[in-house]
Design a binder for this molecule. Structure first.
Ligand code: RTP
Ligand code: MG
Length: 140
């Protein structure tokens, strides 16, 4: 995957409350092009695989249970400087610390149920996109 892409998920809290459309609108209005998208649901085991980097952290089990608690939307987004710009658009992990106008400030419930995921590097964007999508599902 090229470095002008990032990967996102609309997490179970935001999906369940019917905020997916509003969040996708914010993403598109910020200049990101959706090049792959699906609604799906992770098992706790797959959530654990996705977030394996956090497996030693105290919140890991809760995170896996939360991420498998309901449907999510997974998407690959394209824009210049995608990873960094998308992290700015979503805001800080803890919504209490997220800047005004960010997706998490508007839609996150807590540090865990924080509405969206955004890749933290070009390398992880490619790995995470590949976790959910095959080459035929990604528009070029
Ligand atoms: P993400 O990977 O989902 O985009 O979030 P992030 O980079 O802002 O935060 P990260 O440190 O990678 O944490 C991954 C997700 O774990 C949950 N979390 N819970 N209870 C807690 O203290 C805690 N800390 C993190 C959140 O859902 C966070 O987004
Ligand atoms: Mg992260």
């Amino acid at each position: 995957m090229a470095s002008n892409r990032t990967f996102t998920m609309i997490k179970p809290d935001a999906f369940g409350e019917g905020n997916s459309g509003a969040i996708l609108k914010m993403i598109e209005e910020a200049g990101f092009k959706i090049v792959a998208i699906k609604a799906t649901r992770l098992s706790a085991k797959l959530a654990g695989k996705f977030y394996a980097v956090h497996k030693e952290r105290p919140f890991y089990n809760d995170l896996c249970n939360y991420m498998s608690s309901g449907p999510i939307i997974a998407a690959i987004l394209e824009k210049d400087n995608a990873v960094e710009d998308f992290r700015k658009l979503i805001g800080a992990t803890n919504p209490e610390e997220a800047a005004e106008g960010t997706i998490r400030k508007l839609y996150a419930k807590s540090i865990e149920a924080n509405a969206v995921h955004g890749s933290d590097s070009d390398e992880n964007a490619a790995i995470e996109g590949g976790f959910f999508f095959n080459q035929f599902e990604i528009q070029s």
